[in-house]
Structure formats: structure tokens, C-alpha cells
Design a protein around this ligand. Sequence first.
Ligand code: NAD
Length: 503
Amino acid sequence: MEESAVDTIPHWIAGGPCAQRSERRSAVWNPATGVQRAWVGLGGAAEVDQAVQAASQAFESWSQTSLGRRTQILFAFRERVRSQAQRIAEAIADEHGKTVPDALGEVQRGLEVVDFACGIASLLKGDYSDQVSQGIDLFSFRAPLGVVAGITPFNFPAMVPLWMFPLAIACGNSFVLKPSERDPTASMLLAQLWAEAGLPEGVFNVVHGDKAAVDALLEHPQVAAISFVGSTPIARYVHQRGTAAGKRVQALGGAKNHAIVLPDADEAFAAEQLASAAFGSAGQRCMAISAAVVVGFDGDTFAQTVSDRAASIKVGPGRDPRTQMGPVVTREARERITRLIGSAPEQGAAIALDGRGVVVPGHEAGFFVGPTVIDRVEPRMDVYREEIFGPVLCVLHARSLTEAIELVNANPYGNGAAIFTRSGSAAREFQRRVRAGMIGINVPIPVPMAYYSFGGWGDSLFGDRHVYGPEGVAFYTRAKVVTSRWPQLEADGNVPYHFPTAT
Ligand code: NAD
């Protein structure tokens, strides 16, 4: 495509669009057509510093803005996102590839965090203890941190940023978002909606970019905290480098989410749920089920049942209302996924349903991979060890619940884990023994509501705090405890010199 035919998406700094200073830029594709949609500037230290300075200046007054005023702006933002949900979803479909209803679902799940943040006046209430000693009261409150940054992945270009900034801003911080360079438009639409909602300039900023922008945020002395969501190697790097620079960091990484299917489960129900959880959004969800551990089923029957369901999934462009599963995000992602599928039979697994070579008429240049089910997978195989992040379900076999739980627990990731069973005691044993942060019981994608918090164990989270919910409020604030006395003016000469204790 001609360079002149596509626009360059600008940054958003100090309340409006801001052009890229250097020549560095990256192509943004429409994965359904394989055609370039836009360029996006790749910011570096200069753009990051400009955004952090704007955020730093805005923090001075935003952190002093009353809770009532902050709440009004949050409600106004909420209404605007609701009214523009379709537009945001269509932009996501065009850059990410997921279907419009799926994208609407992610906007809705992000909005739930805005709903939660609208209750900030209650969430920031402190404690008060009267008369802890003679004439002395004790109370606590939480103060914002300053400029905080969010670095987000391509797979939820609206929802994951919305996990972060509504609460960060509600708590009185200012925010710099570094979204994925692969689908940057949703964050620009959200920035515009903040401005329309009356958020003061500089409280919310967007700097596009890649490693250079991330490194600049990690090193910037005025950035107090970093929230990161992405793959495990980058999450580990961001956590190590950010904490070494003295910042508070929460870094959510990749996943290999397992579902155990017990012999007493309703096979048709479990197969239907797993097909949806494995192939929705082309398997590019951090909570997608990518490994089914089947206990006690004869031979390959379960893999065949899931394959039968998955074979009928309609693959096509995300804008087509008949489509159930769109393309993967880039040509490189498709090549990586098909290479990994190819390694499975070489290493001893059996492909029950093969999505390689799927062609969508009229979209021959799109980045499509069809639903793929691989049976007889073992933990040593590449398809199990690597996070494929595509529409591929691995089926493993175990002889008992205990063996299945041990298999799940031996995996380094620990984001979500699910069980399908009719047995309460088996489900209880699973929920207590499995090493994962989010557990589903006959629910394959157990993403907690916004008034809980989201986070995994093991290599799926580096740092101490989960995102959004009560842990999000704790992450974006720090505690102050005030001990106060209003004495009579005349000193009575009886002030002790030992360490103060209650009298
Ligand atoms: P990614 O790790 O490639 O990118 C995430 C962010 O890091 C992007 O903003 C990117 O620009 C930046 N980045 C990329 N390479 C970098 C580098 N070398 N140095 C510094 N920054 C870098 O992830 P992705 O491909 O955009 O997203 C998919 C991954 O995110 C999957 O692994 C998925 O499991 C994970 N994810 C996890 C969760 C969760 O809640 N745990 C949620 C969504 C996605």
C-alpha cells in the first residue's frame, strides 16, 4: 500500500494529539484483510519525558481535586464510553481482528472497572480510632502516588488499559499509557472521551511505542509506579528493571490455562464450553483454555467431541456478523502458530482437528488459522511448553484427579484453572490444591468481577498486587496514619522521656 494513503496515529499528551518527533514508526495492520491500516509513531525518551512532565504538572492540582469532582468526571467518562462502545469495538475489530460482539464484551468488562471506580469516595475511606491514649486520636487515609504508567498488550486494547487507569486516576494519580503498538486506536478513542468528560489536561496521556518507550518509562525518575500486562519474559524484565529503579511494579505475564474434565462431567457441556474458551478471540485471551486434562475418558473420545464442535466454528473477518472467530493479530503470529502445530505430530501427538491452511473467501491475505485440537499431548512437547496464544487446544490425559492436579501444578504459569465435574468434593479438592490465581468450577474463563481483583500465580504475575478491585486501590495509593492531639496550651511539665505508650 502507498505510504501516503495511511495516516500516522499521534500520541496524546497534555490533553490533545501530539506528533511523533523522530522518524521511528510501526505499521498497524487489519488482520482480516492483510492490508496496512495506519502507521503509529514509536515514541522514545523525548515523548515519554514530555508526557511525564505533563502528567507531573497535572498531578499537582488533580491530587487536590475533591472526591466529589473526581466522581462526577468518572461518571461522565462512563457515559461516554457506553455511548461510544460500538465505535471502540469496531476499531478493535479492525486492528486486533476479533469479532465486534467479542470486542463489545471487552469494552463492557472494562466499563465494570469504571463502575467500580465511580465509588472512589467509599473506596478511599480511612479508619478512625478515638481516644487511643489520653486526648489522642488515630486515623488513616490513603494518598496517591504521583505519575503512574500502564504498559498493555495487544489482545485487549480497551479492557486491559481500563483495568488500570480508571482506578489510578480516581485515586488522584495522573497516568501515562503505553498501549500495544499493534492496535493503538482504542486508547486514542478513550483519551478523547476523557477530554470530553472534563478530565483536566495532562491527567491522562498516551505514548505509543515499543521497547524504547517502555525503557524510558522504567527509567524515568518521576514515574512512581508501573502496571504491566503482557508476555512472561517482558513481565519479568519490567518487574526487575522497574523495582531496581525504585518503582512500585505489578507485572502480569502469560498463561497456559488448564481445564480438568472429570469422567462424571456432562461431556457435551464441557466440550461446548471448552471450544468457546479455547477458540473465542482466536485463542488470544490471557484466560483462554489452552490445555484440557481429560481424566478417565476412553481413548480419544473427548478430543473428538471438542473437535466436532470446533469444526463448525465460522471463521472470518471480525466485522462480518456471521463470524464466530476472527484472524490472529499478525502474519508473524500465524507463522509461529502453524509452526508449533507442525511440531506436535513430529513429537508424538495426534492432530484431531487441523486449522492450518484455512482460507476465508474474499480474505485470502488475512492472517487466519482455524480451530485446532491436538490430542495425546505430553508436557515435554513444544505445544505444551510454549504459550501458543492462538486457536489451539492441547488435550492431555490423566488417570485420576490427583494426577491431573499434579500435572497442572507442575506448569510454571498459574493464571486461571478450571474443572468440569458434577462432584462437589472433587471441585473443592481442586479449588484448594490447584496453584492458580483464578479458579473456575464448570466456568472455563473465570475472570473476576471488578469488585474483586485479577491476577495469577507463578510466572503469570510478578509483584505483590493483583489488578483492579480492592488490590488496585491499594496499588495506586499509599497509607498515611495520623496520630493527633489538641492539647491545652499550658504545659503541665509531665512529658515522659520513654517511648510513648497509651495512658
Ligand atoms: P508483549 O509482551 O509482546 O507486549 C506487551 C507490551 O510490552 C506491549 O506494550 C509491548 O509494546 C511491550 N514490549 C514488547 N516487547 C518489549 C520489550 N522487549 N521490552 C519492553 N517492552 C516490550 O505481549 P503481547 O503479545 O502484546 O500480548 C500477549 C501476551 O500478553 C500473552 O503472553 C498473554 O498471555 C499476555 N497477557 C496476559 C494477561 C494477564 O492478565 N496475565 C492479560 C492479557 C495478555
